[in-house]
Design a protein around this ligand. Structure first.
Ligand SMILES: Cc1cc2nc3c(=O)[nH]c(=O)nc-3n(C[C@H](O)[C@H](O)[C@H](O)COP(=O)(O)OP(=O)(O)OC[C@H]3O[C@@H](n4cnc5c(N)ncnc54)[C@H](O)[C@@H]3O)c2cc1C
Length: 301
């Protein structure tokens, strides 16, 4: 069967794209291997009507809503390759060896994050150390926080940003690029502490941070905070299909998710790396779905 659209990735971007296309009576398969970026968290915040929702609960509600629409199939499979076959036909291959053909593709595969090389930091990530103050600042308000950063620019930015949620803040440069005197003085004038030395380890238990230990033996008590991470794509589909990238390394796409390759669309973190939010990803999925529907509508008239 020739699908109207193959959606790769079943996070909020792919799910909302599926909803809009299903309601538009388009035949689609939503491929998802269920490894979302926020799997490490207990709760997601900032999505109106869903503030504090558990990531698994969000998905369960979405799947239940999609089940109403007969032209949507959800395939719990990893896509391994996408190849363009002719002007507007794609062949999608999955890990189980199945192949599907589709007239359009939406890439909604999200991001993979790389945490700094600090012993056991992964135990705290998503529990008491997070990446985004908009997502997890409120729950940590007025607590003694740390921001572990990788560049001087991030140090200053995170200092200004996290200060909005807690004035008891320590910035850890972890042996990286030093802050210039002017910006360090600005942070210190607000009572923000700045530590340049490398971190040896984190202290705490059950994911709850209690302190940061530096290589020089110094130690500070902190109950949570933020860490800057490095990002990479979850799949190599952008390269496989020849899609151009944007300045943040995401797949470049216009307001309707159209990439530089005809009939290939992108949505969510795969495209919009900054700001990365559930609601922004869902909105991107909705817009890409409308882009897909508009293309098919014009092609068929
Ligand atoms: C620790 C943490 C906390 C966060 N907290 C919040 C919060 O409180 N509020 C908020 O708004 N945002 C939060 N975010 C950000 C939010 O999780 C992302 O912005 C959002 O999940 C992006 O949605 P997406 O659909 O683009 O990608 P994802 O949610 O990452 O979904 C992508 C999906 O595609 C699947 N996939 C990837 N490759 C393939 C493939 N080849 N084949 C099949 N399936 C594939 C993955 O398994 C995954 O299920 C948080 C992120 C992190 C890391």
């Amino acid at each position: 069967m020739r699908l109207d659209c193959a959606i790769i990735g079943g996070g909020p971007a792919g799910l909302n794209a599926a909803l809009v296309l299903g309601r538009a009576r388009r035949s689609i398969v939503l491929f998802d291997d269920n490894k979302p970026r926020n799997a490490v968290t207990r709760e997601s915040h900032g999505f109106i009507t869903r503030d504090g929702v558990k990531p698994v609960e969000f998905r369960a509600i979405a799947h239940q809503e999609l089940s109403k629409y007969p032209s949507i199939e959800i395939a719990a499979k990893r896509v391994t390759a996408i190849a363009k076959k002719g002007a507007s036909l794609f062949e999608i291959e999955t890990e189980t060896g199945d192949t599907y053909t589709a007239r359009t593709v939406i890439i909604a595969t999200g991001l993979k994050e790389q945490l700094p090389a600090i012993t056991e930091i992964a135990d705290y990530y998503g529990q008491s150390l997070f990446s985004c103050p908009y997502c997890d600042g409120w729950e940590q308000r007025d607590q003694p926080l740390v921001a572990i950063v990788d560049t001087a620019d991030h140090a200053f930015h995170m200092g200004m940003m996290v200060y909005q949620w807690s004035k008891d803040l320590a910035i850890c440069l972890n042996g990286g690029e030093a802050l210039d005197a002017e910006r360090e003085a600005k942070l210190r004038s607000k009572g923000i502490q700045v530590y340049g030395q490398r971190i040896q380890s984190l202290k705490g238990s059950g994911g709850k941070l209690s302190g940061v230990v530096f290589e020089d033996g110094a130690e500070i008590a902190r109950t949570g905070g933020f860490v800057t991470t490095k990002w990479e794509h979850s799949g190599s589909f952008a390269e496989q299909l020849g899609c151009a990238l944007n300045e943040h390394g995401g797949i470049a796409a216009d307001d309707f998710g159209r990439t530089s390759v005809d009939s290939v669309y992108a949505a969510g973190d795969a495209s919009v790396i900054v700001p990365a939010q559930l609601i922004a990803a869902a909105a991107g999925g909705s817009r890409a779905a409308m882009g897909v529907n508009a293309e098919l509508m014009h092609a068929d008239f």
